[in-house]
Design a binder for this molecule. Structure first.
Ligand code: NDP
Length: 676
């Protein structure tokens, strides 16, 4: 492989390496594969370009526009994965390792696109939570909304996932409508650069939406302000240094950190040898030690097992580790490749020797192990190393020192509270897993250990093959943890988008709130017009448009007919005396479902037209009983619209059912699909 010059992408142009260039070495052969350097970049200019060009272009788009762009981008990258796998071998990654990184990253874009289209409005303002009534009259109300920050997101990524690390941060940032400057870790930057090049070549993102620094960030962090966000993944030391920068502190720059983590996996007290949970646990610990050669921020570092199962766990793990072939990741028999760099190898060996002061190494000798298809002296190879700690209560390092490689320590517990206390000794982790079939054990784990872990993963015979794995952060779920893990949170579906938006409390009259949010709210003005709203296509329906129906009277015959027809002969509808004895009813009353059916009968316009389907009701409340002789009348108001695709969209209708005295007897939101 010839030496690749890694370019930066700044102010809409590719910039070759500049200043003092650093040679980046293959993790497998030790040969230089790429060179990197960013001294000539205008960092202040890049931040300014993002704010001036990228931000406004993204903010013109709706959440759905941005989500469709992400989907197209995911498809574009998906078709070009092979080139990335090829480059990835030189980082020491096997093909399955690269799939975690590359396919995992592309999958994250797909999930964010789909969730954003389902959960966010086709709008540029996001409403957050329900309308708050702030006065008795209903004419002063409150609503939380969120809008994109008008700055730039600086993404500083770790070496272990050059593609996933970039895409999992870009997805929520771009959905929010914020431009990003990506700074990959140097050690594996040639893979990140190739993927970034595809993003630019796709032409799917607006100008200025993304820029790329191949090399150091220069004075970029000194140029940030309160509309900017730093999202960092890497070591605690670098995080602390960057968080402590005066611009970051003085300008309240948002800082999301994901750093070291001494993740634990607990074998439940119920999961004795021979149970499916025991088998699953052994497989998972082995997988977490060897996938990506243990270079996962979520990898299991501490293996916490019942005292009585300790010997069985060690035997089973050692048997699996003995069968693990280490070597050149291009070799298909190889199960574990190399660490990302020689620097990482030195670091892992140093950390392993610190662990060795408190725990005995029971498997894996870095001085003596077999490497297939590569030179152990040139590449960044280490064997998996399993330690056993006799006294985990007295030990310090096993709970505090992260050897970022295939290194784990087994420790025994007396009872469940002891196991959970040991897990919490990591002082904050990204994930802890518990292998148990007992829901009481799981509940105790959440109560005792939830506060110390960003994610708790429960696996057993029921989750089986469906379980995604201790070590897999999912775009739907939060990734991050307290304390040592950095105190940050990424992803978690739309929660991750909020890190790049400002939440603002807005207060005013219902009409003002409805105008801002483009959705009808209680108390806002409505208007009636011909024709019937069911005759109008999606685009012709405006929030506030209302239909008041004619009235109909509910008779005792209606109630009896409905009861016999449906079989719902509940006493409140059929037995005058029993109904009257009930504190909620004056006597026999109409069925709630009869009221809904009559409401539909009153508002429906029956001829074929743009309403394609009624697909649900939300927030249904029956507010007052309806007695025989009462009349009913319905108000149908367009509340909110949400485009689904080019053919149809969802219309949410605010429905009120009223009696002859004008009192509301039922309220709900009706959902229809309407043709464009
Ligand atoms: P670093 O903290 O050194 O690097 C992380 C990122 O920060 C890289 O992109 C790096 O760029 C960048 N960086 C470093 N210094 C600066 C700076 N002064 N200004 C701006 N950016 C900077 O961590 P490493 O990648 O070297 O990994 C070291 C250890 O961190 C690992 O051994 C492991 O313990 C932990 N780690 C934890 C991870 C997690 O997710 N929990 C993931 C990866 C690592 P560059 O590469 O160019 O120096």
């Amino acid at each position: 492989m010839s030496v690749i010059s890694l370019n930066s992408y700044s102010l809409g142009r590719w910039m070759p390496p500049s200043g003092e260039r650093q040679g980046l070495k293959s993790a497998v052969s030790g040969q230089v594969v790429a060179e990197i350097g960013s001294a000539a970049l205008d960092f202040a200019g890049m931040a300014d370009y993002a704010r001036r060009v990228g931000g406004p272009a993204l903010r013109k788009m709706t959440f759905h526009d941005r989500a469709f762009a992400l989907k197209a981008l995911a498809q574009y990258l998906n078709e070009r994965r092979e080139a990335l796998y090829e480059l990835s071998y030189e980082t020491g990654a096997t093909k399955p390792d690269s799939m975690i990184d590359i396919d995992g990253g592309i999958g994250t874009l797909f999930v964010y696109s789909s969730k954003a289209r389902r959960e966010l409005p086709d709008d540029r303002i996001l409403t957050d939570g329900a309308l708050e009534q702030l006065s008795r009259s209903g004419q002063f109300v409150g609503q939380h909304v969120a809008t994109p920050l008008q700055g730039v997101a600086v993404h500083i990524n770790a070496f272990n996932f050059p593609v996933w690390g970039m895409l999992e941060k870009l997805a929520p940032t771009l959905i929010a409508g914020v431009p990003a400057i990506v700074k990959p870790a140097s050690a594996t930057a040639w893979v990140a650069e190739a993927c970034f090049r595809m993003i630019v070549e796709s032409g799917l993102l607006p100008e200025g939406a993304v820029q790329f620094i191949a090399g150091s960030t220069g004075d970029l962090l000194d140029r940030l302000s309160g509309q900017d966000v730093v999202s960092f993944t890497g070591s605690a030391a670098t995080a602390a240094m960057l968080k402590g920068k005066s611009a970051v502190i003085e300008k309240s720059v948002r800082f999301i950190a994901e750093q070291d983590s001494l993740n634990a996996s607990i074998l439940g007290p119920d999961a004795a040898p021979g149970t499916p949970e025991f088998e699953a646990f052994i497989k998972e610990v082995h997988r977490e030690m060897t996938a990506k050669a243990g270079q996962k921020c979520t990898a299991i570092r501490r293996v916490i097992v019942p005292q009585e199962s300790r010997a069985a766990v060690i035997d089973a793990l050692v048997a699996r580790l003995e069968r693990t072939v280490i070597g050149n990741p291009r070799d298909e028999t190889v199960r574990m490749g190399a660490l990302a760099s020689l620097a990482q190898r030195s670091d892992v060996l140093e950390k392993a020797s610190i662990l060795g002061t408190e725990a005995k190494r029971i498997y894996g000798d870095p001085e003596n192990f077999r490497v297939e298809g590569a030179d152990a002296g040139e590449g960044a190879f280490v064997p998996p190393m399993l330690f056993s700690c006799e006294d985990p209560d007295a030990a310090q390092a096993v709970h505090a020192v992260e050897a970022f490689g295939p290194v784990s320590t087994v420790m025994a517990y007396r009872d469940l509270p002891h196991a959970l206390a040991l897990a919490n000794r990591g002082e904050g982790s990204l994930v802890a897993s518990v292998f148990t079939h007992d829901p009481a054990v799981a509940r105790q784990a959440v109560l005792d250990a939830g506060a110390f872990h960003g994610r708790l993963y429960f696996a057993n015979r029921d989750t089986g093959k469906d379980a995604t794995g201790h070590g897999s952060p999912l775009p739907h779920m939060v990734h991050g943890g307290p304390g040592r893990a950095g105190g940050g949170e990424e992803m978690g579906g739309m929660r991750g988008v909020m890190h790049y938006m400002q939440r603002t409390a807005i207060q005013g009259s219902p009409d003002i709130i409805a105008g801002i949010t483009q959705r009808y709210v209680a108390g806002a003005s409505t208007f009636e017009a011909e024709p019937h709203p069911f005759r109008l296509a999606f685009g012709e329906l405006a929030p506030g448009r209302t239909l008041w129906t004619a009235e109909r009277t509910v008779t005792l015959e209606d109630i009896e007919h409905f009861a016999t027809f449906t079989g719902d002969t509940f006493y409140a509808h059929m037995d005058e005396e029993a109904a009257a004895a009930n504190p909620f009813f004056p006597g026999r009353v109409a069925h709630g479902y009869l009221i809904l059916s009559f409401a539909a009968g009153l508002f429906v316009e029956p001829a074929p037209g743009p309403v394609l389907a009624n697909y649900g009701l939300d927030n249904l409340r029956f507010m007052k009983p309806v007695s025989p002789g009462d009349s009913l009348k319905v108000r149908l108001t367009v509340k909110q619209k949400s485009r689904r695709n080019d053919e149809y969209g969802e219309v949410r209708w605010d429905v009120g059912v009223y009696n002859g005295e004008g009192e509301q007897v039922a309220a709900y939101e009706l959902l229809t699909m309407n043709a464009m």
